[in-house]
Design a protein around this ligand. Sequence first.
Ligand code: ARG
Length: 464
Amino acid sequence: PRTIVVDYSGPNVAKEMHVGHLRSTVIGDAIARVLEFQGHRVIRQNHLGDWGTQFGMLIQHLQERGSGGGTLQGDLNELYQEAKRRFDADERFAERARQRVVLLQGGDPDTLRQWRELVAISKRHFQQVYERLDVSLTEGDYCGESSYNNMLGEVVARLDRAGLLRESEGAQVVYPAGFTDRQGQPQPMIVRKTDGGYLYATTDLAAAQWRIEQLKADRLIYVTDARQSQHFAMVFATLRAAGWAPGRVQLEHVPFGTVLGEDHKPFKTRSGEVVKLLELLDEAEQRDEAIIDQKDPQLPRDQRRVIAHAVGIGALKYADLASDRIKDYVFSWDRMLAFDGNTAPYLQNAYVRIRSIFRKGGIDPAALDRRAIAVRDPAERALALQLLLFAPTVEAVGRTLEPHRLCTYLYDLANLFHKFYEGCPVLSAQDAAVRQSRLVLCDLVARVLERGLGLLGIRVIEQM
Ligand code: ARG
């Protein structure tokens, strides 16, 4: 077992989570679950964007708006937009906001209190999203940018001692080997601005140091969109050059593509705004409930809720996981909720069919003799071979960090099961030994489907 830090989700305080955060959250969670299942010690890290100059503007606006001492009500997104509008339009407000940043960084108690409140409200919002999404991140996994504050000066000092620090136009920079700009000049990574402020990269250097030296990690995984590839490549090169990441420590950026709308442009609402995650989750469940209404109007309310949640949210997550993560993918409700094709509902349905075999036959799968498998029919053989591929598939996902391999595997398994089920009667098999063997195969398929979907963070249901 290794100690593996998985850095994922990482939303930003005072901004509502949007669809762009969905991928990091869903892919990162699947990766963490798979590595954990393999027996590794997995440390989840939610690198929250909870520090930076934007807080000056937010807190200043809050103070002037008059909700200074009271509790903060309403939509954080709106607050952000209001503050930003003022910041851009009113130079005197912008100046006061900059003063507020200085107060925040200087530890002014009143300013800090308000900052903490903003962070707390945001965390409540994120936690709500994670719960709805069945994502395994908890409060304890938050380790936001602000937690590295007191390390940043020392990071720069250590870079200096390692002989890596240079000056460029008043700023302090490093030149990681192998990075050049368009003119072929060495490309700097700024670690300290002219005004003394630190940057995203400085914080990531501190965080990596913390994870390697304090958490004793020997594999660092970062799940963000592909636009940050260069950032991580430069951070990794610096960690190596400074000797902070010895060779035994694996450093991996897990990039992913953009979610596109059906028009193949970045996914937006009809009015052109970013899609809010909570609204997206509501829609996933509503759409599935509408399908249930058509297929099975008799089903009791509460049962419908459970199914709509498992299937709607499962479909949304699965669509994100099933395509090669590095590629952009087109968001389509109809495709992800379809009962055929490589979708969550298709796999959940295969599971439901198997469970109904056992219900119909009044058989308890736990009571089966698992050694009683006898493979005769070619469809049985194909199914048994596919079952044996489960472990190597999980192993491959743990190595490549590509969850779509598990999706493809489960999809093939469900297809082979359906072929088997068409050609090989189970409950009505004449021979008792054949019947027993086929029941064991069915149960194994159900268990692998449940386990496999579980590793992707998707639930199975007994009925749908
Ligand atoms: N907050 C960042 C963003 O929204 C993601 C953080 C990723 N993790 C990291 N260690 N840089 O882009």
